[in-house]
Design a protein around this ligand. Structure first.
Ligand code: GDP
Ligand code: IMO
Ligand code: MG
Length: 428
């Protein structure tokens, strides 16, 4: 069996949670492979809304296994809060939620370091979610980190104290920030008991066992490809590999195990935090997109920056990920627009190009736009492609043609049921 992948092709918040939750019934297991509580994946069904940060988005589907893979970084406090939310709505997870022992732990001092290092950067700050992501991955690659499996060791407290003291030393060189370390530590150790009570597994063996049993697995990405540590708009990125390659290292599977790669993009574009965004609209059109799309961060509540869809950017991330199918979300957000634009090329260094420059951060990149007519009507009643107004299908066809990948899913609203699947699509 192979592992299908769902991931974001822009700067995050493409609607991954919704699409994973919808498609999960086709699978036996959903597995998160990177990121941590910087993610906020929103699911809406039966009039209820849930935001997941660490728990995979298959958790609301009965009998489905959900694995938090080794590539994920876990804050026990956030995880506990998510589990309490599941308890409050009667979702049974104890037999279905598995945590890879090799996943790294976010310590309270990682969050403190995140805040202090952002404060030190001043106006140059990344705009981190301040969930301790960067410092935790730094300790992982620096070979200092603590892993979930370590909580079973007798000397765990000594290991914790040793790393904490190292962090306290580093903090001396950084600006001081408000942070009640003692209070957070107390909550952290309490929450660790909840983590200890879950199924802690050797994720790589577990997933191979499931593959051998013929189980179907869906890997759920967090963030988006433009936030990838290697290929994103560095240094305004997150600290993990958000692209398909991250599935292999974040779950312990070989590249030939990867099957379908479903890339998600909004019908326009957003980003939250600092960094370049060539098609950003700093005018009333951008404000209108934000209002229509309710573009405020699921994790931090920050207003998201909004702009038109950027096709050279998408072509780049489709290339990096080996995308086989496209899911276009939030098309309904464009319902009221008379004119919709899409960046078809970039102009920089006096030339027109479809390639992203080496340093999107430094360069003055000017998008070259094409204009499309809007449909100016609700898509609520559209249940399949043929029900959609011609202007909407023209827009989708233009994206498909330019990007060279079939659009198989179109999302027309935040609810689980607001989705159109194209015939022959989602060959899962
Ligand atoms: P994720 O991080 O990729 O899972 O995305 P988020 O949950 O952070 O942000 C997506 C937001 O858009 C959430 O508020 C979703 O409820 C909402 N959403 C998802 N799909 C659609 C859609 O097709 N239309 C509209 N209007 N909202 C959507
Ligand atoms: P989901 O999974 C959107 C952004 C932050 C910041 C940068 C680094 O919901 O799509 P970090 O906390 O990782 O050090 O922040 O990355 N960022 C996201 N933006 N969606 C996310 O996740 C994000 N996770 C991190 O805003 O600019
Ligand atoms: Mg999100």
């Amino acid at each position: 069996m192979t592992i299908d992948v769902i991931l974001g092709l822009q700067w995050g918040d493409e609607g991954k949670g919704k699409i994973v939750d919808f498609l999960a019934t086709e699978y036996d297991m959903v597995a998160r492979f990177q990121g941590g509580p910087n993610a906020g994946h929103t699911l809406k069904f039966d009039g209820k809304k849930f935001v997941l940060h660490t728990v995979p988005s298959g958790i609301f589907r009965k009998n489905l296994l959900n694995l938090i893979g080794n590539g994920v970084v876990i804050d026990p406090i956030t995880l506990r809060r998510e589990l309490e939310n599941l308890d409050s709505v009667g979702v049974e997870y104890s037999s279905r939620l598995l945590v890879a022992k090799k996943a790294h732990l976010i310590l309270p001092t990682h969050c403190l370091l995140d805040a202090a290092s952002e404060a030190a950067k001043g106006v140059e700050k990344i705009g981190s979610t301040l969930k301790g992501i960067g410092p935790t991955y730094m300790d992982k690659t620096g070979r200092n980190g603590l892993r979930v499996g370590d909580i079973l060791l007798k000397d765990f407290t000594e290991r914790y104290n040793s790393l904490k003291n190292k962090h306290l030393g580093l903090l001396q060189a950084l600006p001081s920030v408000e942070f009640d370390l003692a209070a957070v530590e107390k909550r952290w150790f309490d929450a660790l008991e909840i983590l200890r009570s879950l199924h802690l597994v050797d994720g790589e063996y577990f997933i191979h066992q499931k593959l051998a049993e013929g189980k179907k697995i869906l890997a759920e990405g967090a963030q988006g490809s433009m936030l990838d540590i290697d290929f994103g708009t560095y240094p305004f990125v997150t600290s993990s590999n958000t692209v398909t390659a991250g599935v292999c290292s974040g779950l312990g599977v070989a590249p030939q195990r990867i099957g379908q790669v479903i890339g998600i993009t909004k019908a326009y574009c957003t980003r939250v935090g600092g960094g370049p965004f060539p098609t950003e609209l700093l005018d009333e059109t951008g404000d209108f997109l934000r209002a229509e799309g309710a573009e405020f961060g699921s994790t931090t509540g920050r207003p998201r920056r909004c702009g038109w869809i950027d096709l050279p950017q998408l072509k780049y991330t489709i290339m990096l990920n080996g995308v086989t199918q496209l899911a276009i979300t939030k098309i309904d957000v464009l319902n009221k627009f008379a004119e919709i634009k899409a960046a078809m090329h970039y102009r920089y260094d006096g030339q027109v190009s479809d390639q992203l420059p080496y340093d999107l951060c430094g360069g003055a990149v000017e998008p070259v736009y094409a204009s499309f007519g809007g449909w100016q009507q609700s898509l609520e009643d559209a249940k399949d492609f043929d029900d959609m107004p011609a202007a909407a299908t023209t827009y989708l066809a233009a994206l498909e043609n330019y990007l060279g990948v079939p659009v198989t899913i179109v999302s027309t609203g935040p609810e689980r049921s607001s989705l159109i699947l194209k015939e022959a699509g989602v060959a899962v």
